[in-house]
Design a protein around this ligand. Structure first.
Ligand code: PCA
Length: 195
């Protein structure tokens, strides 16, 4: 099985909260408990954004339902680096270092959230955490479920970041907006099919 962990040689200690998620997802898969049907706000900053190679999963319905709601920027600063032999964007869970990160906000159902957890190798590579996002543009049309930013213009969203990284990643450039196609200084992501 492909393991980014072994590819990068990172020592992994999964955080406890993700085990609960694994148990929940196992229960869901075996049908012992119905999915709650609730929707989840997710902030994406990397290959899941519009124009990036994995974006289609967010909106094509093949892995669950997802809807674009708008643009945002993390309230905290983080180092966003492009690292490893496949040039993967990693938001390191080191708040206060780096930049406030630009990204997109989606509303996703439990099925798509579960897919994203597996796709992002949570908890081994990324961990899904809740962070506060400053909403910059909001696209809440009548046909969409009603979700609104809080009065201060922020919204709590899930985001995939990581506390597992190699020390020298801290010497890489820190970006605020992942866009290797538009910004030619950013190393190009190697597609999964091409690895
Ligand atoms: N996918 C997730 C985390 C990093 C990545 O490439 C995202 O786009 O937010």
């Amino acid at each position: 099985m492909f393991s980014l962990r072994s590819a990068l040689g990172i020592i992994i200690r999964p955080p406890n909260h993700c085990w609960q998620k694994k148990i929940d997802s196992t229960i869901r898969r075996f049908g012992k408990a119905p999915s709650s049907g609730k929707m989840n706000t997710v902030f994406v900053y990397g290959t899941l954004k519009k124009g990036q190679p994995n974006h289609h999963y967010m909106i094509d319905g093949s892995k669950g339902s997802g809807m674009y709601y708008g643009k945002g920027r993390t309230q905290q600063k983080y180092p966003l680096v492009i690292a490893g032999k496949n040039n993967i964007p990693f938001l390191l869970n080191l708040p206060t270092i780096g930049h406030k990160i630009l990204g997109e906000i989606y509303l996703v159902d439990d099925q798509l959230l579960e897919f994203l957890d597996e796709f992002e190798n949570c908890p081994d590579v990324y961990q899904r955490n809740s962070v506060r996002v400053q909403v910059l543009e909001w696209d809440n049309k009548d046909s969409k479920p009603d979700v609104k930013p809080d009065e201060d213009g922020t919204l709590m969203c899930f985001l995939y970041n990581t506390k597992f990284y190699e020390e020298d990643w801290l010497n890489l450039p820190y970006y605020d907006d992942y866009d290797p196609f538009g910004n030619h200084e950013q190393p190009k992501y190697i597609l999964r099919e091409a690895r």
